[in-house]
Design a protein around this ligand. Structure first.
Ligand code: FAD
Length: 458
């Protein structure tokens, strides 16, 4: 009898333990279920849907080249898989384990109804592997990384399995009928220019990055330079496994590759946080933040206008606006600019980090429950990490320090004619009419934020 491989954020054939295990047992039926119910209000955002469409299309093509194909179903994952297993006479299901609470719940329910074999494959080590001397999970990154690093890599990447087709293919939806791509308005032109989803392109980008990894330690901080890997959507969707990335860097030593390994471990760390606090991205972790006097866009018109200006890239702070427009246009934002833009929303505009987290959830192609929630709480200082609230980033000096002039010219064309000296912080005379005034001055914002924070500490 055939085995079902249930795919979620693991859309690859190489180093895919669920495929390998299933292929050893019999013919394989690869299935993706579009489940908009289970995740509740964490259903996939618009940018994620765009990526998913391309990645499923690419995977189906790869599978067809290997004599297989992708079966698409829509609805509740558990119901769909149980009925598919019955229809296909499958002996059971292989899947890579996921840690989002809605997936863990689905896995439990599925396991009570049929034979479900879960495999580790999306992290360098299964979350929970690194523990303190007394066997407790780590709360903060540095000791976590220090404990995990010496254990890595746990294994080598697995080869692509040979897939046998079942005697009869179950019925499948048509991908186009899922309407994952935008139509009116078609906001994805910039996405198409920036990305080609799929495992082949993920591999190409990995190779390209490895050949530049030695420059990563410095280049990663410069928004005007293509200095980071841009592998985040690949890793999120599982077009690449972190084990493959680790392996590709074997033999690369020096600050670039070492710093990069540390970032990949951040991804494992975030999952380790979610394992301990499954709803971490939903609420401030530190109690005092319940008292924080956020400006609430639902009740305060000025706050609503500020939030909108931030989302649209019209805050009057060039580096923030460049980042928010890059995000809107391409579904991705440079990490340094993510930090600046997030800090700006939380501290300059005094808007609850959860509004920002939700915006990113909808607009990022790498929107990831763990990484997004952990990073937003890291910036807001409301999380498990050391308190960061009082570290209020000055957007203008950050922009200057990391030489973001060309980045601003690319994403805020109104400012393109300004010189290096004035582009980070144009004064009233230099500022073109089309570019908005600052929503709030830096010093004023800083004082307001620190005063608000006193309530948390009280
Ligand atoms: P590189 O610098 O090349 O890093 C390599 C890989 O390491 C990344 O692809 C990513 O998988 C991982 N990584 C790097 N930095 C981090 C980090 N701080 N936390 C966790 N993993 C990391 N990353 C996401 O993947 N999804 C998100 O939803 C997300 N939301 C974020 C929100 C905020 C407010 C901030 C400040 C950061 C967020 N990040 C998120 C982390 C980071 O910004 C992105 O992973 C990175 O910019 C992706 O670009 P890259 O692939 O070129 O990264």
């Amino acid at each position: 009898p055939p085995r079902i491989v249930w795919l979620r954020r693991d859309l690859r054939l190489a180093d895919q333990p669920a495929f390998c295990a299933a292929a050893e047992q019999g013919p394989v039926i690869p299935v993706y279920v579009l489940d908009d119910q289970r995740a509740g209000d964490r259903r996939l955002g618009g940018a994620s849907r765009w990526w998913l469409h391309g990645s499923l299309e690419a995977l189906d093509k790869r599978l067809r080249d290997a004599g297989s194909r992708l079966v698409l179903r829509r609805g509740d994952s558990v119901e769909q898989l149980v009925s598919l297993a019955r229809e296909a006479g499958a002996s059971g299901i292989d899947a890579i384990r996921h840690y989002e609470h809605w997936w863990r719940e689905a896995e439990e329910q599925l396991a009570s109804q049929l034979e479900l074999h879960l495999h580790d494959g999306n992290y360098l080590a299964p979350p929970g592997t690194a523990t303190t001397g007394s066997g407790q999970p780590f709360k903060i990154y540095t000791p976590f990384a220090r404990a995990l690093m010496p254990l890595l890599p746990l294994r080598d990447p697995l080869p692509e399995p040979k897939l046998r087709a079942p005697s009869r293919w179950p019925q499948s939806d048509r991908l186009a009928d899922w309407h994952l791509l935008p139509t009116k308005p078609d906001w994805a032109a910039g996405f198409r220019e920036a990305w080609v989803p799929g495992e082949d392109e993920a591999q190409e980008r990995l190779e390209h990055f490895v050949s530049h990894a030695k420059d990563y330690a410095n280049a990663r901080n410069m928004p005007s330079v293509d200095g980071s890997s841009r592998l985040s959507p690949r890793l999120h969707w599982g077009e690449l496994s972190p084990t493959q990335v680790w392996h590709a860097l074997e033999g690369e030593h020096g600050a670039g590759a070492d710093t990069f390994r540390g970032e990949i471990v951040w991804r494992d760390y975030a999952q380790n946080v979610i394992l301990q606090s499954p709803r971490y991205p939903e609420e401030s972790y530190r109690d005092g933040f319940a008292r924080f006097p956020w400006r609430d866009p639902a009740k305060d018109k000025a706050a609503a206008a500020d939030l909108r200006a931030w989302q649209r890239g019209r805050t009057g702070y060039p580096i923030v606006d460049a980042g928010m427009r890059q995000l809107w246009t391409t579904g991705w934002m440079h990490n340094r600019v993510r930090m600046i833009a997030a800090s700006f929303l939380i501290k300059h505009l005094l808007i609850d980090w959860r509004h920002g987290e939700r915006w990113f959830w909808d607009t990022l192609v790498d929107a990831d429950y763990a990484n997004n929630g952990v990073n937003w709480q890291w910036v807001s200082g409301s999380g498990v990490d050391s308190s960061m609230f009082t570290r209020i980033m000055a957007p203008l000096s950050q922009s200057d320090k990391f030489d973001a002039g060309d980045y601003i010219r690319e994403w805020v064309p109104e400012l393109a004619a300004l010189s290096d000296a004035s582009i980070h912080d144009p004064d009233d005379e230099e500022r073109p009419k089309a570019y908005p005034e600052r929503r709030i001055g830096h010093r004023e914002a800083r004082e307001r934020a620190l005063a608000a924070y006193r309530k948390v500490r009280a």
